[in-house]
Write a protein that binds this ligand. Structure first.
Ligand code: CU
Length: 127
């Protein structure tokens, strides 16, 4: 069911402005239009599901907590460190926008213990 919703969301974005490109890694999608990239992120116990590679620019992480505990989101690397200002409650969605240059970044859930339980990954921002 979640996969269908994500697919429909992708179609909606394309209909709104069809010079964009849709891409997917790990079944999670991002949309790139001009200098803007929207990356879909899903969090649960205890994983962060998101594309592991996406283009540089003004990147908006569209983050949904599909779990049953509070989660959060932090990205760090290439001289930047940005995280959600507050925890994300279950069944909630929020956006975090960060300008990103090409390079490798660490993403994790900054709630104590969650990264160690598996909520961390490395992502690559491409030129
Ligand atoms: Cu978490």
């Amino acid at each position: 069911m979640k996969r269908i919703i994500i697919a429909l969301y992708g179609i909606g974005v394309c209909m709104a402005g069809c010079s964009s490109s849709q891409n997917s890694t790990n079944g999670m999608t991002f949309t790139h239009t001009g200098n803007t990239t929207i990356v879909n992120v899903s969090e649960d116990e205890f994983h962060i599901h998101m594309p592991v590679s996406f283009p540089e620019g003004v990147v908006t992480f569209h983050i949904t907590n599909n779990g049953s505990h509070n989660h959060s989101f932090k990205i760090e690397g290439m001289g930047i460190e940005k995280e959600l200002p507050s925890d994300l409650m279950p069944d909630s969605t929020t956006d975090l926008t960060v300008p990103l240059v090409p390079g490798t970044y660490d993403v994790d859930c900054p709630i104590i213990g969650h990264a160690m339980l598996g909520m961390r990954l490395s992502v690559t921002v491409t030129p």
